[in-house]
Write a protein that binds this ligand. Structure first.
Ligand SMILES: [Zn+2]
Length: 113
């Protein structure tokens, strides 16, 4: 684990613990989310080292990594995903006519596509 000593957005050195979150998906570990006192950015701290990140995702079970429609759960997931992508698209189009989008944790990239 890597303990951050500065906010990655504004480099402020002081933050508060915001909430603890348990990874129910795979690791069962509890992660602390901190909030920067200056800019309000929330981030995992401490955070896993980059080399350890694959251990938090099981590509065979993680539906966000697949476009498979095999099985009932995958079919439902794809249906709901398409509905939410359409809703996000319409909501963003109401607010912005031009611009660039950064989608963090974009799975298969279907929303950006
Ligand atoms: Zn900050």
């Amino acid at each position: 684990m890597e303990k951050l000593k500065e906010c990655i957005i504004c480099n402020h050195k002081y933050f508060n613990k915001f909430i603890d979150c348990k990874d129910y998906f795979l690791s069962e570990e509890v992660f602390s989310i901190c909030e920067c006192r200056n800019c309000g950015f929330k981030f995992t701290n401490p955070r896993p080292l980059p080399d350890n990140l694959p251990g938090y995702y099981d590509p065979n079970e993680y539906l966000s990594y697949t476009n498979s429609k095999k099985g009932f759960l995958s079919s439902i997931y794809q249906l709901v995903k398409n509905i939410t992508i359409r809703r996000k698209y319409l909501a963003i189009n109401k607010l912005f006519s031009t611009g660039t989008i950064l989608d963090i944790g974009c799975g298969t990239g279907d929303f950006l596509n």
